[in-house]
Design a protein around this ligand. Structure first.
Ligand SMILES: Nc1ncnc2c1ncn2[C@@H]1O[C@H](COP(=O)(O)OP(=O)(O)OP(=O)(O)O)[C@@H](O)[C@H]1O
Length: 372
């Protein structure tokens, strides 16, 4: 795979890395089709240049509408949206064109033209923009190389797998050197392995080309592996936003907690705790493991210092935003006082849920809070 694709030249007037490239200010979108739907409700949000930003929410939360406001596929009912220095709200169609040229978009259903070859699909926006043939062909060749399907240039979309179709979609979206790529559920129609390949490609688009990527998804795993920051939407509102790692470590809203639980299955739920107690009668503790507070080496050291044996009976450590995160559930075996000292020491530096013993259960898992 070639790295030959050149990064888009930073516009002198455009946002520099770390500066807001998309700014929503108190944006509302109301659809009036019989009844009134506030698809987006008072959203204020910045997406920063150079980041991969995730927007997560359940179906109907308003994610697609929010993102379609960016390239003015929808018009806001109130509020303002600024894209790379230009206020797009209420901009006439002719003046939207240069703004849209800087925004690429990919879709769940790929939206390829079935009557054109792969090369024809990627060339299409360049043809519309009036690029001469030779320049167009050179650009298409380097784009197909970049996304890893140069050998499919003459194939028709119907002959491609879902992952290959999405690569064509990405190549087409990148054709005119956008500064922003909007990905609306771009991996939702793909199997898990292909999903990972396409997400890795989106990360390359971000890192190697410097394109700001906005990913809409209902899967927290996509956020966990791919995004730098995330906004959680519910009923048209952004209810929580922050660095992905922080949101995973400290989800504030119930909806965020539910999403986090779907991506981290490291903590035993009530049913699992009940089963664990039948096999492990000793004192069980769930110990948070992360980079800053409780590395697994430090936890092991604590057990060793106090001469307590710990058997791992449940748990898992995964990566959140490329950093270790998870929990381990131990059954601690040994002298009661020593175990108490271990628990106290663990509690001094990391998050601990003390489940007690089978005979004397504590923090019982009947409470959902045990989970997180
Ligand atoms: N063109 C439209 N006309 C009327 N209502 C709409 C329109 N587009 C979206 N809505 C409504 O706005 C709300 C938000 O829809 P939106 O598609 O933005 O949500 P979403 O979070 O992207 O959900 P999904 O993942 O199902 O697409 C929903 O109630 C939807 O029915």
């Amino acid at each position: 795979m070639s790295d030959a694709l050149t990064a888009p030249a930073a516009d002198a007037a455009g946002a520099r890395p770390g500066e807001p490239i998309i700014r929503f200010r108190d944006v509302t979108k109301v659809f009036r089709t019989g009844s009134e739907v506030r698809a987006v409700d008072g959203v204020t949000l910045d997406v920063l240049a150079g980041e991969v930003f995730g927007v997560i929410g359940y179906s109907g939360a308003g994610k697609s509408t929010l993102v379609r406001l960016v390239n003015a596929l929808e018009t806001a009912t109130s509020g303002t949206i600024e894209v790379d220095g230009t206020t797009v709200t209420d901009l006439p169609e002719a003046r939207l064109r240069p703004v849209r040229a800087r925004i690429g978009m990919i879709f769940q259903q790929f939206n390829l033209l079935g009557s054109r070859t792969v090369a024809g699909n990627v060339a299409y926006p360049l043809r519309v923009a009036g690029w001469p043939r030779a320049r167009r062909e050179a650009r298409v060749a380097e784009l197909l190389e970049f996304v890893g399907i140069a050998d499919k240039a003459r194939s028709y979309p119907s002959r491609l797998s879902g992952g290959q179709k999405q690569r064509v979609g990405i190549a087409r979206a990148l054709a005119a050197d956008p500064r922003i790529l909007l990905a609306d559920e771009a991996t939702s129609a793909l199997d898990p392995e292909t999903t990972q390949d396409v997400l890795a490609l989106l990360r390359r688009v971000n890192r190697e080309l410097g394109v700001t990527v906005v990913i809409i998804t209902h899967e927290m795993d996509v956020v966990r592996t791919t995004c730098d920051r995330v906004a959680v939407m519910e009923h048209g509102k952004v209810v929580e936003t922050g660095d992905v790692y922080d949101v995973f470590a400290n989800p504030r809203q119930p909806v965020t907690r539910r999403f986090v639980e779907t991506a981290l299955r490291d903590r035993p739920g009530p049913d699992v705790v009940a089963r664990l107690r039948t096999r492990h009668p000793g004192r069980m503790v769930v110990v948070g493991v992360d980079e800053q507070t409780g590395s697994s080496a430090r936890v092991t050291q604590t057990l060793r210092t106090h001469g307590v044996d710990g058997t791992i009976v449940y748990g898992g450590i995964t990566e959140v935003a490329s950093r270790p995160y998870g929990s381990l559930t131990f059954e601690l075996v040994g002298d009661g006082d020593r175990i108490a000292r271990v628990v106290a020491e663990l509690e001094s530096y990391t998050d601990v849920v003390d489940l007690g013993t089978a005979e004397e259960p504590r923090d019982d898992a009947s409470s959902e809070e045990v989970v997180r």
